[in-house]
Design a protein around this ligand. Sequence first.
Ligand code: NZQ
Ligand code: ZN
Length: 393
Amino acid sequence: MNKEIANFDYYNPTRIVFGKDRIKELSTLVPTNKKVLVLYGGGSVERFGTLAKVREALSGHTFGEFGGIEANPTYETLIKAVKLVKEEGFDYLLAVGGGSVIDGTKFIAAAALFDEEPIHIFGSGIGKGIPITKALPFGTVLTLPATGSEMNSGGVVSIVAKKAKLGFGSAVTFPQFSILEPELTYTLPKRQLANGVIDSFVHIMEQYMTYPVGAMVQDRFAEGLLETLIEIGPDVVDESNHDYNLRANFMWTATYALNGTLNKGVPGDWASHSLGHEITALYHIDHARTLAIVLPSLLEIRKEQKYGKLLQYAERVWHITEGTDDEKVQTAIDKTRAFFESLGAPTHFSDYELGEEVVDALVSQLESHGLTAISERGDQTPEVSREIYKNAL
Ligand code: NZQ
Ligand code: ZN
């Protein structure tokens, strides 16, 4: 186990355009010599007027539209957009939506220029996992702070026919720019606001809650972001609270949680996400809600392996000063669970009327996707994952 900060490169080419009334700047952010395809989801952007602002800003451009990208975007839908892009010669994409629309757009950008069948973008026993080396340029207008997709190069796609939800990524799938207007979050319902807080929280934890390597900058960044979410989370989920700074802080925390800053030179886990994606694939529970089920249980089962960081987390993030080390660690785990519950996200399968039958089904999904040696040390075997799922019943 290496206790030194590992070598790293730090590269993030996404321009962030943050603040009030920025959508109109699409007129100059998007090159005028491009044929633009505007992509969006199930209609919230139409309903709340965001699309109207985008159309207005692009009035000097040639553009088309493709709507209907679902939450947990499906390969089946995205392939239709790839066909449209190729047939009509679109050469610039603009995602207007949350993580699902942005991830979907990344996939379309890569698939449109992919030399093989796009299914081979994925590995995990579904495709050949051929690296992405080129993609159409694209920008985004973010409407839901949660995934960090607006400033990273990864995406997650559901392949319905295979009951799989798989990730992809490359150095060429960063957005060229992302517009972050905190006021766009004012139309979000409580459930999505809570999802945003929890997804961001768990992104930070996946990069922080491993073992200490003495990376002071990465650790303090992570702890500051976690403390921010704990402080603002209860107000963020009050959908009637339209305090500008509250939502601005929320939006920037969610972006920073997964923009490639926290993971530099430190071990990463991502087991909560791997276990969570299988839950979404089989039982269609929202991404963040699967994490609320998995993470507290994982921390309990993996307490020994994560002990050093759990103690640091207890003392620095939750400011627990009383009791033995064991008591501090357990209190921190209890507080994490209680935080998710307080935001309205249940932490057990039974809350979704799911029982013991899920355990075998989920473990066999993990095995079929090759997720048999996960976590920061690669020692989370299917047996350990089984314990984590069981502990969350
Ligand atoms: O589809 P519409 O009608 O637009 O409604 C959406 C959708 O139903 C609605 N919504 C979005 N902005 C709104 C709004 N409703 C009112 N007002 C607004 N301003 O919210 C619903 C959920 O949207 P979605 O984009 O699915 O949510 P989220 O941003 O949480 O994205 C989830 C997806 O991102 C993936 C997840 O796995 C999941 O597929 N992730 C992507 C990551 C990445 N690219 O780095 C990392 C994450 O860990 C995550 O895996
Ligand atoms: Zn996530």
